[in-house]
Design a protein around this ligand. Structure first.
Ligand SMILES: *[C@@H]1O[C@H](CO)[C@@H](O)[C@H](O)[C@H]1NC(C)=O
Length: 370
C-alpha cells in the first residue's frame, strides 16, 4: 500500500528526530566532538559534489543523512557510501552485536551507524588521515579505532560471505561458466583464479624490499578465485611478489606463444575461450577496486596485518553486496590485474605436468578440431 504524503512526512520527521537524538547523545563523548566537525565538513564536501544537494540548515546527520535513500540518483545513499541503504542496514544488523561495539559506560562510543558510515567513506575515497583531519576534522586515532572495530566485527560475523562452493552450489558454478549460449565453453570450470596487486605504503617490516613488485612499487597480492557471479569463493591476501600459475591437471593456463613454436588455430581458439572465462575474475577485481578505491592507491597504513584485514573486509563487502543484489556496474578493468603468464614449474612432478598437458590437449581437440 503506498504511503500517503502525510505518512511519509511523519516518517521523515521520525527519522530526522532519531538522527538528532543520536547526534545529541554523541556530544557527550570525546570522539564525537571531533566527528561533529567532520560532519560539517562532510556537508561541505557534499555541497561541492552534486549540485542538487543543498542543506537548508547545518548538520549532515540531521539534515542530509536521513534523507539519503535508494531511489534518488543525485541524492542517493549509494553515491556517498558505495552501498545501498538496504545493504548498509543489513551490514549493521549483522555486526552490531559484536563485542567491539559494546560501549564502556564511562566512555560511550560514537553510534555504530556513524562509525560504519565514516569507515565506508574512507574505503570509498582515497583520503589520507591528514586530509581527513584537515578537511573533515576527525582525528587519526578515531578513524583508526572505527576501522579496527569494523574489521574485527566484519571478519568475525561475516566470514561466511566468502565460501568455497558445496556439492550443490558447485553444480551451479559449473553450469554458470558454461551457459547454453556459449558455443564452446571449457567444461567443468569451478572458478577463475588470478592475482591482483594492491598498492601499499612501505610496510614496517625488516624485509620490506620483498614487497617491491616488478614495477618498483610496494604492493601485496590479492589472490582470488571467483565463481560465475564474480563472487569470491577463495581469497588469500598479503603475499609479496607477482603471481604465476603453473599448468596443472586441475588448473588450466592459456597456451603460450613461443618464437620457435606458433600456436595452432585450435590452440588460439582455446585461448580465447579461456580468456573469456577468466574475465570473471578480472571483472571482480575491477568492481572491487572501483567500489573501494582505498585499494587503488597506497593506503595510509603501515601495519601489514591491518592492510590485509582491510583488503579482506573489502572482498567480504563485495560478496555481501552481490548477495543483496547491490551491484556495481562501473567496471574499469585494471591492466595490472592481468598477470603475465609466466612459465613456472613450482616443483610440479614431471608426470603431473605431462598429465595436465594431455588433459588440456584433449579438451582442445574435443572443442575445436574439425
Ligand atoms: C582508540 O582506542 C584506544 C584503545 O581502546 C584508546 O586508548 C584511544 O583513546 C582511542 N582513541 C580515540 C581517539 O578515541
Amino acid at each position: 500500500m503506498p504511503l500517503s504524503n502525510v505518512n511519509k512526512a511523519i516518517i521523515v520527521t521520525l527519522i530526522a528526530t532519531i538522527a538528532e537524538t543520536i547526534a545529541t547523545q554523541a556530544n557527550f563523548e570525546s570522539e564525537m566532538l571531533e566527528s561533529e566537525a567532520i560532519l560539517l565538513n562532510l556537508r561541505n564536501e557534499i555541497i561541492r559534489a552534486p549540485k542538487t544537494l543543498r542543506p537548508k540548515t547545518d548538520g549532515f546527520w540531521t539534515n542530509i543523512y536521513p534523507n539519503l535513500n535508494d531511489d534518488s540518483l543525485t541524492n542517493g545513499f549509494k553515491s556517498h557510501f558505495r552501498i545501498t541503504k538496504t545493504t548498509f542496514h543489513r551490514l549493521l544488523n549483522t555486526i552490531s552485536n559484536h563485542p567491539v561495539y559494546q560501549s564502556n559506560p564511562f566512555k560511550p562510543q560514537t553510534p555504530i551507524e556513524m562509525q560504519v558510515a565514516i569507515v565506508l567513506q574512507r574505503f570509498a575515497n582515497p583520503m589520507s588521515y591528514r586530509e581527513l583531519e584537515t578537511s573533515f576534522g576527525i582525528s587519526q586515532g578515531s578513524v583508526e579505532n572505527f576501522t579496527k572495530r569494523f574489521c574485527i566485527a566484519v571478519l568475525k560475523n561475516l566470514q561466511y560471505a566468502i565460501k568455497w562452493p558445496t556439492d550443490q552450489s558447485m553444480q551451479e558454478v559449473v553450469e554458470g561458466f558454461a551457459p547454453p549460449e556459449f558455443r564452446n565453453p571449457i567444461p567443468n570450470v569451478i572458478g577463475a583464479i588470478d592475482g591482483s596487486h594492491i598498492p601499499i605504503q612501505r610496510p614496517q617490516v625488516e624485509y620490506h624490499q620483498r614487497y617491491i613488485n616488478r614495477k618498483g612499487c610496494y604492493s601485496v597480492v590479492l589472490m582470488a578465485i571467483v565463481d560465475h557471479m564474480e563472487k569470491f569463493t577463495y581469497v588469500y591476501t598479503g603475499q609479496p611478489g607477482d603471481s604465476a600459475f603453473p599448468l596443472m591437471p586441475w588448473l588450466f593456463v592459456p597456451f603460450k606463444e613461443r618464437v620457435t613454436q606458433r600456436l595452432t588455430r585450435p590452440q588460439r581458439q582455446y585461448n580465447k575461450v579461456h580468456s573469456s572465462a577468466r574475465m570473471a575474475v578480472e571483472r571482480a577485481f575491477g568492481k572491487l577496486k572501483g567500489r573501494w578505491r582505498i585499494l587503488k592507491n597506497p593506503m595510509e597504513v603501515t601495519d601489514l596485518t591491518t592492510m590485509v584485514d582491510i583488503i579482506d573486509v573489502c572482498c567480504i563487502l563485495h560478496n555481501l553486496c552481490i548477495d543483496c543484489d547491490d551491484l556495481w556496474e562501473d567496471v574499469n578493468l585494471i591492466s595490472d590485474a592481468n598477470n603475465e603468464i609466466i612459465d613456472v614449474n613450482l616443483g610440479a612432478h614431471v608426470a603431473t605436468l605431462r598429465n595436465a598437458e594431455i588433459k588440456r590437449n584433449q579438451i582442445v581437440r574435443q572443442l575445436f578440431d574439425e
